[in-house]
Design a protein around this ligand. Sequence first.
Ligand code: DGL
Length: 261
Amino acid sequence: MIGIFDSGVGGMTVARAVEQLLPDYPQVYFGDLARAPYGPKSRERIIQYSFDNTKFLLEHGAKIIIIACNSAASVATDLLVEAFPVPFFEVITPAVRQAVETTGSGRIGVIGTLATIRSGVYERKILAEAPTLKVFSAPCPLLVPLVEEGWLDGRETKMILRRYLQPLKLQQVDTLVLGCTHYPLLRELIQPRIGRRVRVIDSSAAVAEELKTFLASTPAVANELRQVGPSRYYVSDITDAARETAARIFGRPIDLIRTDA
Ligand code: DGL
């Protein structure tokens, strides 16, 4: 199975994108709702949670892991890759690649949680690929709670977005990376506020594409992943808001399974 973890249900934007592109591959998802949000937490804590989540997924049939949380991917990817002998995918590298390919002016904006922006990972990776590019980052800590409250088109959300995006707009970025799994749900509000001509990169679609390419080149792994099903969605806590967000992302009710593991 394709193992996917996130701090909560936001990572289901990745699960959904993978399902749309690779419908024959069952998924085992873990959303760590009981310990979310990760964004404001320390590096050490996020690393520890990422190890717990990976072990859980491997024990539940995962053969590859997608780190569907930018906060976790930004601090834990290298350590996880070293510790576990399975292929890892994460949401940052494919988004970086798309941003570098997309930008014409060489000015890229990145928005994400505090943990992600503080880690500097997007800037490092973008400059490693193309050192002459300019990267402008903005932490947007209020967006995750707004999405979780379901305030996806409220006046307050629009106001907050305008305030977060204004500095990036002034820098005249032509590409904006949504560096957080929750932000695709705000995409329709983000686009007009950053500017209609700015290309918005959604890392969930980017990682799904990368996985598809990988599976096409490794048929043995692809066969193994296809064999068991159906998909299962585990969470460490269940709330009404989580149920609603999961249903909104998938466009259908999702049976969330509570686990204390
Ligand atoms: N999933 C997290 C991310 O992509 C956002 C939610 C959180 O802070 O836990 O960074």
